[in-house]
Each structure stands twice: as C-alpha cells, then as structure tokens.
Design a protein around this ligand. Structure first.
Ligand SMILES: N[C@@H](CCC(=O)N[C@@H](CS)C(=O)NCC(=O)O)C(=O)O
Length: 205
C-alpha cells in the first residue's frame, strides 16, 4: 500500500473534506495533514497550482480534488462502473467544483466589497448552481446523484451545501438552499446521516 499524505486546511469542510471521507470510506490509511490559514502562504509555494488540497503518494504530488475523489471512489466502491452513471457522478462533482470557484472568489473580501460580491452571488451564480444541482439529483432518482447509491459526488456536494447552510458565509441567507433547491437540502441531511459519513466523524471524536 502506498504512503498517502493529504494536505488541507484544518477545518471540516472545503475541497479537502470529501477527500478525507473518501479515504476513510475506502479503508485506506492516510496522513491527515492539516494546516492553519496562517501557514497557507508558505505551504502554497510548494503546491503545484498554488492551491490545496495536495495529495502526496509516496512523496509524489497530485492535485485536483475531483481527480482524488475518483481515484479513491474507484478503490472504495463509491464510483459508478457504468459509463453513464460515472458521467452523472462527474457532472455533479464538476458543478460543485465550479460553484466552489465562484464562492472562493469572495473569500478574503471585507466590508462593502464582501457584501456586494456575496449579494451578487445570491442573485446570480448561487440560484443557477443550486437549481441545477437540484435537477441533477432529481435525474438520479431524488436521493443520490448517480447509481442510486452513495458515490463520491454525494460526498463532494453535501460538504458544500452543509457549508452554505451553516451560516458561516456572511450575506448568504441560511435558508437559501432549502428555498431554491429543497431536494438538495434533504440530500445534505441524508448524506450527513449516512453510515459512511457518521463513521468518519466518529473516528475523529
Ligand atoms: N480545482 C482545484 C481547486 C483548488 C483550490 O482552489 N483550492 C482552494 C482552497 S479550497 C485554494 O487553495 N485556493 C487558494 C487561492 O485561490 O488563492 C481542486 O479541486 O483541487
């Protein structure tokens, strides 16, 4: 078994969190290297695209959270074997990635600049992506994005909707997901209660 080291921020969210859960679900041991936001400036210098998460496999660096999720999903039975279902799984992960990118552009802004950027999100990209992902969920049968079972797409998306609903993002109303994408809000509850996810958090407490 190779040696795995995953470097990401020290919080239970963002692009790194679903990768951590996927490692645990696949039963693959990894070093969960968590860094503070304060140390990011230094750590990013050695990250290939100046961003996290970074996965080192026997010391060799790999980036891109969705690639990591597919890699782990295939090993842990959380990635569809059927091509069309794999396409659906990838589509949901790609949409979540694009939405993260839009939100990410507002991180670090302050005061009026932050408020304006977040209000623009609430009027623009958020409804587009939340409704779109709600549709993807309905296409999958309402409960999961693909294969009518838990896949890495569910892990990626639930971390993001949990964040959006947490109230942690100033100027993004907590009830927005529920209002615009009720199936997605229910999905967040379902995945939070999934034994795979519950086992991950139990292992950390
Ligand atoms: N597509 C990349 C995006 C990575 C990314 O943007 N990560 C964020 C943290 S979640 C980051 O490091 N951002 C630094 C910056 O944009 O300055 C992935 O999925 O891993």
């Amino acid at each position: 078994m190779p040696n795995y080291k995953l470097t990401y921020f020290d919080f239970d969210g963002g692009r790194g969190e679903s990768v951590r859960i996927a490692f645990h679900a696949a039963g693959i041991k990894f070093e969960d290297h968590r860094i503070s936001f304060k140390d990011f400036g230094e750590v990013r210098k050695s990250a290939r695209f100046n961003a996290l998460p970074v996965l080192e496999i026997d010391g060799k660096q790999v980036t891109q959270s969705n690639a990591m999720l597919r890699y782990l999903g295939k090993q842990g039975g959380l990635y569809p074997e059927n091509n069309t279902q794999a396409l659906y799984c990838d589509e949901a992960m790609g949409a979540a990635e694009d939405l993260s990118h839009h939100i990410g552009r507002t991180i670090g802004l302050q005061g009026d600049e932050l408020r304006e950027a977040r209000e623009k999100l609430v009027e623009g990209w958020l409804p587009i992506f939340l409704r779109g992902m709600d549709d993807l969920l309905k296409r999958g049968g309402g409960k999961y994005f693909a294969d009518k079972r838990l896949t890495v797409a569910d892990l990626k998306v639930f971390v993001e909707t949990r964040w959006l609903q947490s109230g942690a993002l100033d100027h993004i109303p907590q009830g927005l997901v529920q209002k615009l994408a009720p199936a997605l809000a229910k999905h967040e509850e379902r995945i939070t209660a999934d034994p795979v996810v519950v086992a991950w958090y139990a292992s950390r407490s």
